[in-house]
Design a protein around this ligand. Structure first.
Ligand code: S3P
Length: 480
């Protein structure tokens, strides 16, 4: 099919990628020449600039690309108000329908068109008469698509790698739980992962499913429960209560939006709820942590754990156990968590699945450690090779790099055979030397403390780690 995607934002870009991967001819439309140039340098599909608020621009676009099979209007009004909604949504839709009358239209709307504030469950047959002008304009644009036998996707609050206001605001300390008489337990929130929103658009278009569909995950969750659970997961104090924000662009509502109609057509979300996405999306948590400011005045919150990094044989497990004992902390070793879950040894994982799969398992284990406190975490020597792990390690605790000379590492690792990276063609000492060269800059960049262990007993190293960690956490507590 020849498909036009108007708006290559958070969801549009993902949908264009999916259509392209499925073999369709995709034209992505952005509002400016600069964004078109930027995107077309990154994407295998065609990108063009067009201001859909202008009838002349859209008619030029038609001349340029000819007839198409379908289009998806998923442009955003940016931060604009009613005027922008009129121009981009209503006028934009009219222009597209006029210039591409042969095309099957899909309009992406929002679950904010349901104004319910009574905590009820709403489906596509529920009243959708939003009180705000912006909401009414969304409905008008929806009707244009429906009158052309097209579809409307009502998207819930979108989050994904690089964007989650819930988590970002919580980490930055600006969250508040909204409670009022109508919603004493807190209001219900409705969310959808951007990958699932994109897969829903692809599903609707490829099946040509006409009518209105809610695009939302499976969870029924209040903002209150969500924030408390998130706070526990990130070792943060529970946010306070605040009155509802009447100025919210999406309007203040309290309702559970049901995805039953879309699910009944065969679509299902990859991330059924926000918390499974935090665990299962390899990039989500890390991408949000890296958006959060970490300055001296406003330091990133660090969980009260101790993390040991360093090459194989640097003593992470042995020193880690001693530190845990000294402080009355628990001890975990990421390699052991991996082998427990995989039910096979590290050399077997490397042999059967390859190193990339081992690294995915290692990152997943790190995400599972969210919410831990008072734990010493010994990590595999290569954990720092995956950039996605670095923000997580930083958040998870106080990081100590245990250093040792190549000779000592070679001696310590000589007697056991469970390190596949040292079993290759290269002599272990040469390989270890190369790994030090590659990894030392990364260990250095994330470590809060660096201990050269050659001249120390393991007890002495452990003493250094424990006392430095104590000092680190006592200072941070007084600074917050
Ligand atoms: C590795 C180190 C090992 C283990 C795997 C890969 C590495 O952990 O995760 O064999 O890349 O350095 P240890 O550092 O605990 O030996």
């Amino acid at each position: 099919m020849k498909i036009l995607l108007i708006g290559c934002g958070f969801v549009g870009e993902r949908a264009a990628d999916l259509f392209h991967a499925a073999g369709h001819e995709v034209f992505g439309i952005t509002h400016s020449l600069e964004s078109a140039a930027r995107l077309s340098a990154q994407k295998p599909w065609k990108v063009l600039a067009c201001n859909i608020a202008s009838a002349a621009d859209v008619s030029d676009l038609r001349k340029q690309i000819g007839a198409i099979d379908a289009f998806i209007h998923c442009a955003s009004s940016s931060k604009g108000g009613a005027e922008m909604y009129q121009a981009v949504y209503v006028d934009g839709m009219k222009h597209l329908l006029a210039s591409f009358p042969e095309a099957w239209p899909l309009y992406t709307s929002s679950t904010s068109v349901y104004p319910q504030i009574d905590g009820s469950t709403v489906d596509e047959t529920s009243p959708a008469e939003p009180p705000k002008e912006t909401g009414r304009l969304l409905r008008e644009a929806e009707n244009l698509a429906l009158n052309h036998q097209g579809a409307v996707a009502r998207l819930a609050g979108i989050y994904g790698a690089g964007r989650s206001f819930l988590l970002k605001n919580l980490l930055e300390g600006s969250s508040g739980i909204e409670i009022n008489e109508g919603a004493p337990e807190g209001r219900l929130i409705n969310q959808i992962h951007a990958d699932d929103a994109a897969s829903a658009l692809v599903h609707l278009l490829t099946q040509k499913l006409t009518g209105i569909y809610n695009v939302v995950d499976d969870a029924k969750m209040t903002q209150h429960d969500c924030l408390l659970k998130l706070a526990a997961l990130f070792n943060l104090p529970a946010p306070g209560i605040k009155p509802p924000d009447a100025a919210r662009k999406r309007g203040w509502t309290h309702k559970h939006v049901c995805n039953g109609k879309l699910r009944a057509t065969g679509w299902s979300p990859q991330f059924p709820d926000y918390f499974s996405a935090l665990q299962d999306d390899p990039d989500l948590v890390s991408s949000i942590l890296s958006l959060v400011t970490d300055t001296e005045e406003q330091p990133l919150h660090r969980a009260e754990n101790i993390i040991l990094i360093g090459l194989m044989g640097s003593g992470k497990s042995t020193v880690g156990r001693i530190v845990a004992h000294k402080l009355g902390f628990q001890f975990v070793d990421t390699d052991h968590l991996i082998t427990d879950q995989a039910r096979c040894s590290i050399p077997d994982i490397f042999a059967r699945e390859g190193e990339a799969s081992f690294r995915r398992r290692e990152s997943a284990v790190l995400r599972q450690l969210l919410g831990r406190k008072h734990t010493v975490i010994a990590t595999g020597g290569g954990i720092i090779t995956q950039p996605v792990n670095l923000p997580l390690l930083k958040h998870l605790g106080f990081i100590t790099w245990l250093e040792a000379s190549t000779e000592l590492l070679a001696r310590r690792t000589a007697s056991n055979n469970d390190r596949p990276l040292l079993r290759g063609e290269e002599p272990p000492i040469v390989k270890l030397h190369r790994l030090i060269q590659e990894r030392a800059p990364i260990y250095k960049s994330v470590a809060d403390l660096r201990i050269l262990t050659d001249e120390l007993t393991q007890q002495e190293s452990a003493y250094g780690v424990a006392e430095s960690a104590r000092l680190f956490f006592s200072k941070r507590q007084s600074s917050v």
